[in-house]
Ligand binder design. Structure first.
Ligand SMILES: Nc1ncnc2c1ncn2[C@@H]1O[C@H](COP(=O)(O)OP(=O)(O)OP(=O)(O)O)[C@@H](O)[C@H]1O
Length: 300
């Protein structure tokens, strides 16, 4: 498990993180999402003990990562391809990781095959594309078969096949019971891979939970309905004080949850062919979170 508790950090006189608490639980992919500059990388560097927090604490399996006896078995980290050694080959880099962490170098070839770099393994890293560097960085993070995995923007530079491959790989790792924390500014990408989401905006957590939990907490949650008696259903709901608007072949109902809408409609003996909460996209949720925060600040 990867945890941070009330982590705050200033950099260059700017409050980059303010009281950030998050948990990436074992067996789940946790998506850490926020726009450029939100503070995601800074928090990950604090978890990896590359920089200290001003206050608060970060732990991996309940302890600071710097206390880990075999770091690569505790937390697999990939933060940036910039730090890969340019003049070493991909194979030599993974050998180096194995040798320094006490793993057999027999792991190198299968790991290069897993990330799709076998064939380019003898080439110097400086000749690798961005996507190949991402794959090598992910390989270095995973070669120790770590109990926890933390990847910063791993999708950057991957082609569509690479993106699908990575999603599957991360889901498999979580299915083995590992905690996977991955950041992205691409909310739609995280929607496809993560079970849980933590949204960061200007250094603060604005929302956290499963996608369904997040959707159900939005103030403007809506319910999609369709019915052979749509006109009568809409009239009934309006009479109950709910507002509706047309959507596709049905209508969106605002101001009540699906259970309540169902009770009203079925209670009046009318039928529905469709009744479902409208699941908001992460982008909708993020925008509604940051807009309501701004409105509260303005009101204050
Ligand atoms: N060493 C530093 N000195 C001063 N400011 C910094 C430093 N490192 C980061 N920052 C600032 O901290 C803020 C958060 O940066 P960070 O890289 O953590 O964001 P991010 O969410 O990872 O963004 P991105 O998606 O663009 O990588 C930014 O405003 C950045 O300019």
């Amino acid at each position: 498990m990867i945890e941070t508790r009330s982590v705050s950090k200033q950099l260059g006189g700017k409050q980059v993180l303010a009281d950030v608490s998050l948990t990436a639980e074992d067996g789940h992919v946790t998506g850490f999402v926020g726009p450029n500059g939100a503070g995601k990388t800074t928090l990950m560097k604090i978890v990896a003990c590359l920089i200290p927090a001003d206050s608060g604490a970060a732990a991996v399996n309940g302890r600071p990562f710097s206390d880990a006896l075999v770091p690569a078995r505790t937390l697999g980290v990939y933060l940036s391809g910039e730090w890969l050694p340019a003049r070493r080959s991909g194979e030599d880099h993974l050998r180096f990781v194995c040798e320094t962490q006490g793993f057999p170098t027999t792991r190198v070839r299968p790991m290069l095959e897993t990330v799709g770099l076998w064939g380019a393994h003898r080439r110097e890293i400086r000749t690798y594309s961005l996507g190949m560097r991402q794959r090598l960085g992910i390989a270095a993070a995973l070669i120790g078969d770590p109990a926890n995995i933390m990847l910063d923007e791993p999708v950057n530079g991957l082609d569509p096949n690479g993106v699908i491959w990575l999603r599957r790989l991360l889901r498999e790792q979580a299915a083995c019971g590992k905690a996977v924390l991955l950041s992205s500014h691409l909310m739609t990408e995280l929607e496809l891979v993560a079970d849980r989401i933590v949204m960061l905006h200007e250094g603060k957590v604005v929302r956290a939970g499963t996608l369904a939990e997040l959707a159900s907490h939005t103030a403007d949650s809506e319910v999609y309905i369709a019915s052979p008696d749509l006109g009568a259903v809409v009239e009934l709901l309006c009479a109950q004080g709910l507002s509706t608007r047309p959507e596709g072949d049905g209508a969106l109902v605002a101001g009540a949850r699906a259970e309540r809408v169902g009770q009203i409609v079925f209670g009046a003996g009318l039928s529905l062919s469709h009744l479902a909460p409208r699941i908001h996209s992460l982008e909708d949720l993020f925008l509604s979170s940051t807009t309501s925060d701004r409105k509260q600040e303005e009101a204050a």
